[in-house]
Design a protein around this ligand. Structure first.
Ligand code: HEM
Length: 403
């Protein structure tokens, strides 16, 4: 169909199409069908993130890059938007303004981000790999004798948390409370209570590290010349925990699903040559762990690519749809890192290298220990968690010869 580029992106166009629903069981089961239908709108599509919560979804690859690189027209900070959103709105915890680098613009963003990037850059990759291997060995030991496991609950979910605790010098008692708070926020249930638990735990970690600094990311952030105060520190730690664990879990799990279910990759599993990096490239293009995110909030109506984007309506980047934009499909995904899974522009993920290393070491360790692993259910029976932002399996049941 021809796109009428003078039409606002409001979904109530002359073609009578409804906004795409990024919520509910149908979206969770088959997001690609929703993205395919949205292509009729061109690069920008009207969607609902939750019932009654409209947004513009950027689904074209070039358009996504343009938005991510234009912080002037597409600024962060949804505080004006959230004034009109009900307190129990399920997407509020993920999109609400927080005093962290993700919500910040301009010099405030640059200051907060420099603390994060400078501290993450000090992480030794050999040590990071060691943390992953220790965590992986401990988790596999716990289920290797059972002959079966759920690789979400018993592996992919827990491993990034164990690695986070090591990297950030976090004692297990505080780590447990961090996880409890963060899970509540991602699940969108009892956000207020989850926020309170998370707040207390991050503040306790900062106090602990101010008293007993060590060779860890929290201590490096505290010692950074930007001199973040306790509140600023706690907010950035909460962001790092959320940003560093949930998508990491999904990259590990989605990579494992592909390796275990797709003949192009699985054929070699027990042959000793594991194309893990190829599988990760494929996933980062086709099933990125964060499917739709990077919300910006135009402060006035913005004319963009011949369309009008209304003020204060979230503009959300669909990394998943942009990566699979039919007009830009790459000939070759293997070894091709031009995907948008880690975003681009000022807010691009500062931990791409760490994220990739953690996932690839986690998968390698698991398949080295249990090379004859196979899925315990047909791949099309695997269930996906609802919600617009992540591409996340509910469970990944496998079986293998007992050890
Ligand atoms: C597979 C794993 C990961 C994926 C797919 C991923 C993806 C992303 C994406 C898409 C963004 C942009 C969000 C936006 O623009 O609003 C982002 C930002 C960010 N990520 Fe990651 N990430 C991963 C792992 C990590 C890890 C391990 C850490 C830290 C230890 C981390 C820390 C951050 C931070 C702090 C930001 C915000 C940067 C800013 O606002 O300037 N991420 N990530």
């Amino acid at each position: 169909m021809t796109v009428d580029r003078t039409r606002p992106v409001d979904g109530a166009g002359a073609d009578g199409t409804e906004p795409g629903r990024l919520y509910g069981p149908e979206f969770a089961a088959d997001p690609r069908r929703v993205y395919a239908a949205l292509r009729a709108h061109g690069d920008l599509a009207p969607v609902e993130l939750a019932p009654g919560i409209p947004a513009t979804l950027v689904i074209g690859y070039d358009a996504a890059l343009e938005v991510m690189r234009d912080a002037g027209r597409f600024p962060r900070d949804g505080s004006r938007w959230q004034q009109d959103v009900p307190a129990d709105c399920p997407v509020l915890p993920m999109l609400m303004y927080r005093p962290n680098t993700l919500s910040a613009n301009g010099p405030v963003h640059a200051r907060l981000r420099s603390v994060i990037t400078d501290s993450l850059d000090r992480v030794d990759t050999g040590a990071l790999r060691g943390h992953v291997e220790t965590a992986a060995a401990r988790l596999v030991d716990a289920f290797a004798a059972d002959g079966e496991a759920d690789l979400i609950g018993q592996y992919a979910r827990v491993l990034p948390l164990l690695v986070f605790n090591e990297l950030f010098g976090c004692p297990p008692e505080i780590g447990d409370r961090l996880v409890e708070g963060m899970s509540g926020i991602f699940d969108g249930t009892s956000a207020e209570e989850a926020n309170a638990v998370l707040n207390r735990a991050t503040r306790d970690l900062v106090a602990h590290k101010r008293a007993t600094p060590g060779a860890d990311v929290t201590s490096w952030m505290i010692g950074h010349p930007a001199e973040l105060d306790d509140d600023e520190m706690a907010e950035q730690i909460a962001l790092l925990l959320g940003a560093g664990t949930e998508p990491e879990q999904n990259l590990i799990a989605n990579g494992l699903r592909l390796l275990l279910s797709d003949d192009r990759f699985g054929g070699d599993l027990s042959g000793g040559s594991l194309p893990i990096e190829d599988a990760l490239d494929e996933i980062l293009w086709t099933d990125p762990p964060m499917a739709n995110f990077g919300a910006t909030f135009p402060r006035q109506d913005v004319e963009f690519r011949g369309r009008v984007l209304p003020a204060h309506r979230p503009v959300v980047i669909s990394y998943a749809a942009a990566n699979t934009d039919p007009s830009r499909t790459p000939h070759q995904r293997t070894g091709n890192r031009a995907h948008l899974a880690f975003a681009a522009g000022a807010h691009t993920c500062p931990a791409k290298g760490h994220a990739r290393l953690i996932a690839s070491a986690a998968i390698e360790m698991l398949l080295d220990r249990l090379p004859d692993m196979e899925l315990a259910v047909p791949p099309d029976e695997l269930e996906w968690r609802p919600g617009p932002f992540h591409r996340a399996l509910v469970a990944l049941p496998v079986r293998f010869p007992q050890q």
